[in-house]
Write a protein of this length. Structure first.
Length: 580
């Protein structure tokens, strides 16, 4: 088995989920899953071997009714339809197989189906597992490298679970299961047990209830089979529709006034006689007996739904059902309905009251006693924070909510409550079995010591806290169906090495220098940018400047001009002029 897984992993590593044939064509792969389950001769599976079938995809599948979009109205017949070239020959004639048909074929051939899907489609295929017995779903990584661990986890899940399936159940027979799992607790309405180990025992009690009598000496049979196993138990059912007292007859009994046969406390009157004791004759005046046909004084004769004949009511026939009773006061069609269905289809109507089949309660039998729909991932009913009522969880813990009451922000943190056990184990060597000090603290825990913790375990919750020495202690816990917790604890806390003082000093000084240099460089860069902007602004203003020519009124020229007018002769000298 290990060699086969190794070979599968090597082949798988050559083809990621997104490559053709791995993640594409999931509709055809779902169809191929059906063909694999019905055509085992070419596969070569041994008859008594455990059959595992891995279905991988990163897409949603096509199932029954999807083919109608293409005009394929003929349902799939459950056959293989492969020719000599291994080609599917009815792809344009038949619809895709349904989940019910797929589950039937897988169960017939003892095949356990493993859905290996990407995380985005996990919930879709998780819902499929509730419809197809014996299937599990695991998350496949994008590189498919977890394929070996995926198959191992699925295999362990399959082998630790037992589920009973019913084959060929008669239509007029109701079956009610009660499972008693390894914890010794009975779970009414449940037909599977999980978390089993080697040596554990699980038992199932089946009660049968006949809805009607098929006829005299009718015999039917049905088969009980554990999913994934070839073992089976055939149960024969014999209907006893006659009372044991019917063999003791008293013909012409005095209890019947000599006019009938006394059988099982009642009189069967001879022809021509009527009455509970055959005291009347047909045609006799009935006026003296009419008051005996009233349920109470003032009530109508035979409740208005029959005729009074010799102190007894003969009820009318109705198109809606049967009218019966001593005063025709009862019928089988006036009971409470749910969505238009009498007694929700899970009971029989008797005199205005629903008599529910096994596994159902309520005025209209709409309330299932099956608790399998209320089981959380840890196997606890409503996460131990509520009650399962009519197949749905009603949370009683303050602050709890969710379909399984699994969400509760105000509830005590599970990591904190289990930390006391872990701290006790670290303080005192040895497990709780050897150490009486931790026995009371860890009485509901199953301890597993490991050297490394798997942090991405989907089935466990990761917890961690700091110790007094600033070390980190990690552990995981997972709830078991028995009600206990499986604690996986590190042997030693993770402690970092003490830092070197010289290294810290050099790092601090270096950081200060680097920060100072960086700040100076930033300052210099900002100043340079500012100066360049100012100089560019100055140059721009200078180039746009235009000045007018004008003289300074205070300015005096350095040169003076003098003008002299004079006349000169030898007899007369005169001067007439100005000086500037």
């Amino acid at each position: 088995f290990a060699d086969a897984l190794s070979l599968l992993a090597r082949k798988w590593g050559q083809c990621p989920v997104q490559c053709p044939g791995a993640g594409v064509g999931s509709s055809q792969k779902m169809l191929g899953t059906h063909q694999t389950s019905v055509f085992q001769e070419k596969i070569g599976w041994r008859k008594d071997a455990l059959h595992l079938l891995v279905f991988t995809t990163d897409d949603v599948p096509h199932i029954a009714l999807d083919g109608k979009l293409g005009g394929l109205v003929q349902p799939h017949d459950g056959q293989c339809h492969l020719n000599e070239a291994n080609e599917y020959t009815v792809s344009n004639q038949m619809d895709y197989p349904s989940l019910a048909l797929l589950g039937e074929k897988l169960a017939e051939n003892n095949i356990n189906l493993i859905f290996a899907v990407t995380k985005s489609h996990y919930m879709l295929y998780k819902n499929f597992t509730a419809l197809i017995p014996g299937t599990t779903v695991e998350i496949l990584h994008g590189d498919s490298k977890n394929i070996i661990q995926l198959i191992i986890n699925a295999y362990n899940s399959i082998r630790s679970k037992v589920e009973v399936s019913v084959w060929d159940q008669p239509e007029d027979l109701n079956l009610f299961f009660t499972a008693t799992c390894q914890d010794g607790v009975s779970y009414p309405g449940q037909r599977k047990c999980e978390g089993l180990k080697i040596g554990d025992t699980a038992s199932f009690e089946v009660s049968a209830e006949a809805r009607s009598c098929p006829g005299r000496h009718a015999e039917h049979a049905f088969t009980l089979r554990p999913v994934g196993f070839r073992d089976s138990l055939e149960v024969g059912v014999t209907y006893s529709c006659e009372c044991g007292c019917s063999a003791r007859l008293e013909a012409d009994s005095a209890r019947c006034n000599g006019n009938g046969t006394y059988v099982c406390g009642l009189c069967e009157c001879n022809p021509g006689h009527l009455g509970t004791r055959c005291e009347c004759q047909e045609g006799e005046s009935q006026s003296g007996y009419q008051n005996l046909c009233r349920e109470a004084e003032g009530k109508p004769l035979c409740s208005g739904r029959g005729e009074c004949s010799c102190n007894q009511c003969s009820c009318f026939e109705s198109e809606f059902g049967k009218i019966y009773g001593s005063f025709c006061q009862c019928d089988n069609f006036s009971c409470a309905r749910n969505k238009g269905v009498l007694c929700s289809g899970h009971g029989e109507c008797h005199c205005g009251e629903c008599k529910c089949h096994a596994g159902y309660i309520g005025d209209n039998c709409n309330c299932s006693t099956d608790i399998s729909t209320c089981l959380a991932k840890d196997g606890q009913v409503c996460s131990d924070r509520g009650h399962c009522v009519c197949g749905q969880c009603q949370c009683t813990e303050p602050g709890a909510f969710g379909d399984m009451c699994e969400k509760c922000p105000t509830c005590p943190d599970a990591c904190s409550t289990k930390r006391d056990c872990v701290e006790c184990l670290l303080l005192h060597s040895g497990g709780p079995a050897e150490n009486q000090t931790c026995h009371n603290v860890c009485k509901d825990e199953v301890i597993t010591w490991v050297d490394t913790i798997v942090k991405d375990d989907q089935e466990a919750v990761l917890c961690f806290y700091k110790t007094a020495k600033d070390c980190v202690m990690m552990f995981t816990y997972a709830e078991l169906p028995s009600g206990k917790s499986n604690l996986t604890v590190l042997r030693e806390p993770e402690c970092g090495t003490a830092p070197d003082a010289t290294t810290i000093l050099l790092a601090v000084v270096g950081s200060i220098l680097l920060i100072g240099i960086a700040l100076l460089a930033i300052w210099k860069l900002l100043v340079t940018i500012h100066d360049r902007r100012e100089f560019a602004k100055f140059q721009s203003e200078r180039s746009r400047a235009r000045y007018e020519m004008a003289s300074n009124p205070l300015y005096r020229k350095p040169i003076s001009t003098h003008t002299v007018d004079f006349t000169f002769n030898k007899f007369n000298k005169s001067y007439n002029g100005t000086v500037d």
